[in-house]
Design a protein around this ligand. Structure first.
Ligand SMILES: Cc1cc2nc3c(=O)[nH]c(=O)nc-3n(C[C@H](O)[C@H](O)[C@H](O)COP(=O)(O)OP(=O)(O)OC[C@H]3O[C@@H](n4cnc5c(N)ncnc54)[C@H](O)[C@@H]3O)c2cc1C
Length: 492
């Protein structure tokens, strides 16, 4: 930086500066403060804090210590599932084994075990900071509650958060120690924060064409038109800055999807998206553009098969009887955080509205429905006939779908909805050790530099392990807490 430029820069001093005020950043700030760091400054690019942490429900545990929003990989939580065991050792072992099997041992086993163990204390940590009123059940505000609480916990500790202040560069001293950041306010003013440590938690790169082209296994030029990106389109700022500062890539990058969603809606509480959600209604049918089934629709992880579809686009089929049964009886499987919500108010109006917009087709005629999909009507009819025959004999000869969820389509009108893969966040690729120190290409820590949240790699391979208890938000909070604790120790 030239002397002239330096003169226009506001200089601030801190023990720890945190890049990003989302789940990982706020967890790091709180933990750093509680571990003795005095001056903590959190710099946030956007106008408000929270990041994608505004979306997940609160990860609280029941009286046995078992997480309420636990493992989701098979649509059914079995009572004897070891991941739900009240014995902490049994369930952390089970979660660890599940994570490692999922990533084919490509993940960093020591890092994963550390995050799983740390997450066991997150529920108590949150509860110990909560007021009695925070425990009152209110499904309408469940989403967003976690972010609001973390923001409040930061304020209560006097942690300074500067919004509209994206960090542009990491600063290093002559010995290569990271000793601050350079940020810019929306008025173009520069702020240099000198600190003993920097923690990066910038939420991944789902919105970066450059990084998606580099790391997304199913990248195409039309990817941003095809995918339904459900959260904030973070651009991998922290990842780029860390790589520029000599950090290594772990070599593992994973993509976290949401369930099947209607592409034109980012609103998770739409009655139509609730209807089409295979996690709570596993008996729907999916077909590709040829009118053929391509997966066991009852498997949450079958969402991965959507990557194979042109434009990641699927057509979801149901009939009038199925629709009425779902509205009358409610979802087959209802996650805790959805209990109490009116899921289907206004569904018929929304279906008609979306039909007028060309996104849904309602008809008694399979020929018309095939035309909407662009499929050969004979192929589509054969698919439905075959599926109905599987339902009658309670065995899916093709994809072995759980017979409990085999429901025939025989009562018109029939419905077809166009849907695409909904993506949440990217995970990786920054390489860290179990203290969340960023490593260089020799696996040596870069002094003064930590990372947390989904910027860190080593946790998953190509797709995130949805079957590990509270994996995403859980590991974002755990990694943040660990980074904050270690940065505070180093600051002393
Ligand atoms: C729609 C949606 C639903 C989800 N639901 C669940 C769920 O049900 N369960 C679950 O476990 N997980 C869920 N997640 C995942 C969870 O939200 C993430 O694991 C978590 O938020 C990641 O934390 P983070 O700190 O890495 O990123 P974030 O929480 O996104 O925070 C990153 C912050 O960094 C800021 N930032 C970026 N660049 C800069 C810069 N240059 N300078 C300063 N600040 C910067 C961003 O603006 C953002 O505020 C969901 C995610 C989405 C998108």
């Amino acid at each position: 930086m030239s002397k002239n430029e330096q003169a226009q820069v506001e200089i601030r001093q801190a023990d720890i500066v945190i890049v990003g005020c989302g789940a990982g950043g706020m967890a790091a700030a709180i933990e750093a403060k509680d571990n003795g760091a005095e001056r903590i400054i959190v710099l946030e690019k956007l106008h408000a804090p929270g990041g994608n942490c505004i979306f997940p429900p609160l990860p609280l545990a029941n009286e046995d210590g078992v997480l309420k929003m636990a493992c989701m990989d098979d649509n059914t939580l079995l009572d004897d599932d070891l991941r739900l065991n009240p014995d902490i050792t049994v369930r952390t072992d089970a979660n660890f084994k599940s994570a490692m099997e999922w990533n084919h041992w490509r993940g960093d086993a020591r890092l994963i075990r550390t995050l799983i163990n740390k997450f066991e204390g997150v529920s108590d940590w949150l509860k110990s900071n909560m007021e009695p009123a925070d425990f009152l059940p209110d499904p309408e505000v469940n989403r967003g509650k976690l972010a609001k609480l973390l923001i409040r916990f930061c304020k209560a500790r006097g942690i300074e958060v500067l919004c509209d202040t994206p960090v542009k560069n990491l600063l290093k001293d002559k010995n290569g120690r990271v000793n601050g950041v350079l940020a810019e306010t929306k008025d173009g003013n520069k702020i240099q924060v000198n600190a003993k440590s920097v923690i990066i938690s910038t939420g991944g790169f789902i919105g970066s064409k450059e990084l998606m082209a580099k790391y997304f296994h199913s990248y195409t030029e039309s990817v941003f038109d095809d995918l339904c990106i459900m959260g904030l389109r973070h651009t991998g700022d922290g990842i780029k800055m860390a790589l520029d500062a000599g950090a290594a890539s772990d070599g593992t990058v994973a993509f976290e999807w949401e369930l099947n969603r209607v592409p034109w809606l980012n609103n998770p509480v739409s009655p139509l998206t609730n209807l089409l959600n295979n996690d709570i209604h596993p008996d729907l049918i999916w077909v590709n553009k040829n009118g053929e089934r391509f997966a066991d629709e009852s498997k949450l992880n079958a969402t991965n098969s959507w990557y194979r579809l042109p434009h990641k686009t699927c057509y979801i089929l149901l009939d009038e009887a199925m629709k009425n049964r779902i509205i009358k009886n409610g979802p087959v499987k209802m996650p805790d955080f959805m209990i109490g919500l009116d899921l289907f108010a206004g569904l018929d109006d929304e279906l008609k509205d979306q039909e007028a917009k060309g996104r849904v087709k309602i008809s008694d005629s399979w020929d018309e429905l095939a035309e909407f999909i662009g499929a050969d009507p004979e192929v589509l009819k054969a698919t439905v006939d075959e599926y109905n025959s599987f339902c009658d004999k309670k065995h899916d000869d093709m994809f072995v779908k759980n017979p409990e969820y085999l429901t025939p389509l025989r009562t018109g009108p029939f419905y077809v909805a166009k849907s695409t893969l909904a993506m949440l966040v990217t995970r990786g690729p920054l390489k860290v050790n179990t203290k969340m120190e960023l490593l260089d290409t020799n696996d040596d820590p870069i002094p003064g530099l930590y990372a947390a949240g989904v910027d860190i790699g080593g946790t998953d391979s190509d797709t995130y392990a949805s079957g590990v208890a509270c994996h995403s938000i859980g590991w974002s909070l755990s990694s943040g807490r660990i980074a904050g604790e270690n940065a505070a120790k180093a600051a002393k």
